[in-house]
Design a protein around this ligand. Structure first.
Ligand code: FDA
Length: 303
């Protein structure tokens, strides 16, 4: 109920405008978002690297309103890749195709992403293509396959709440495309996605094992301790080396868990967002764990 309300609010543009320009924005968001500028993002990534944690940068923004905005988003990412290269930070970038123009033109979007993948390839990094709501899945996977065939240096994202994901993973494994597996963060109808969390979780375990056994450099993106335990048992049973896969988590979520995994010798990468357009991302994080609303309220009342 609260989850649905938060997801509904995440799509309200009036509330978004008000929140994103609020003087309390920094105080509100600092747990989940590195800051509004690239330099603040890089400072967080450098600090994480010193703790043995990798990063993937997310320049916040989705569903741009013109191809000019999409080109600007591409240029922001190119600038981020240049800075990562200069600092020798072994980070990747995560992009949303709607931010790079997918709602306007598949060709223009592909050209934008291709510039990023070319740059990432040249510096031995990777572009991780986030998965958005189910209407985008076919177009996203088409673009990922085409870019992988040309450069490699991409990673697809698959959501365990979708019924189709097992066959999508099969196809991605056949092509040797790395996959990030997550549960899925959007509101989907019951004809495309499991409505019950226990089915989403059970499917996560199935897909995770499919990826660990047959995938290329899979990334298991979850904070769910049951899933993590299951993954660790599986890799130990099968003697899968810790450098053949990675765990991924969100910046600010499950911080103790992150440190424990590093101490146990696992590779872990955090998804670290930055920028001014934080509202939809932030609201999805609240929806995932309504207790975060209390955390937010406490922060607002401080000072
Ligand atoms: P689950 O929701 O079952 O939570 C397990 C436990 O984790 C909770 O009990 C709680 O303790 C903790 N937790 C989870 N979320 C929390 C939060 N926001 N705050 C505090 N605690 C929290 N989705 C998508 O649709 N497309 C994408 O491209 C991506 N990309 C992506 C990258 C990375 C690195 C991660 C970690 C996640 C994504 N996601 C995503 C989001 C994903 O689909 C999912 O919504 C969240 O990860 C929450 O699901 P969990 O697997 O953590 O499990």
């Amino acid at each position: 109920m609260l989850r649905s309300l938060l997801l509904l609010l995440s799509r309200q543009s009036w509330l978004r405008r008000w929140m994103e320009t609020s003087p309390a924005a920094d105080r509100l968001t600092s747990r989940f978002i590195a800051g509004s500028t690239l330099e603040r993002e890089l400072a967080v990534c450098t600090r994480l690297q010193a703790e043995g944690i990798l990063a993937t940068l997310d320049h916040l923004g989705e569903s741009v309103t013109s191809l000019e905005d999409a080109a600007a988003a591409r240029d922001d990412y190119l600038a981020a890749l240049d800075r990562l290269d200069a600092l020798h930070l072994p980070a990747t970038v995560s992009v949303k195709l709607t931010q790079l123009g997918l709602d306007f033109s598949e060709d223009a979007c592909r050209a934008n992403v291709e510039r990023l993948v070319e740059r990432a390839h040249a510096m031995n990094s990777r572009v991780e293509i986030d998965m958005e709501s189910s209407e985008y899945v076919d177009r996203t996977l088409r673009l990922v396959s085409a870019l992988h065939a040309r450069y490699a240096s991409v990673r697809a994202v698959i959501q365990s709440y979708l019924y189709r994901s097992e066959s999508d993973i099969e196809a991605l494994c056949r092509q040797g495309i790395p996959v990030r597996l997550c549960k899925g963060a959007y509101r989907e109808p019951p004809d495309v996605a499991f409505p019950k969390k226990k089915d989403v979780d059970a499917n996560y375990v199935r897909l995770m094992i499919q990826l660990l056994d047959r995938g290329t450099c899979p990334a298991l993106a979850t904070h769910d301790v049951q899933m993590l335990r299951r993954a660790i048992t599986h890799v130990r049973e099968r003697n899968i080396a810790p450098d053949r896969f990675e765990f991924q988590m969100l910046y600010g979520v499950g911080r103790d868990l992150q440190r424990r995994l590093v101490a146990e010798g696992f590779r872990i990468r955090l998804y670290v967002p930055y920028g001014n357009a934080w509202y939809p991302y932030f609201m999805r994080r609240l929806a995932e764990r309504p207790a975060n609303v209390l955390f937010l309220a406490r922060n607002l009342l401080k000072n």
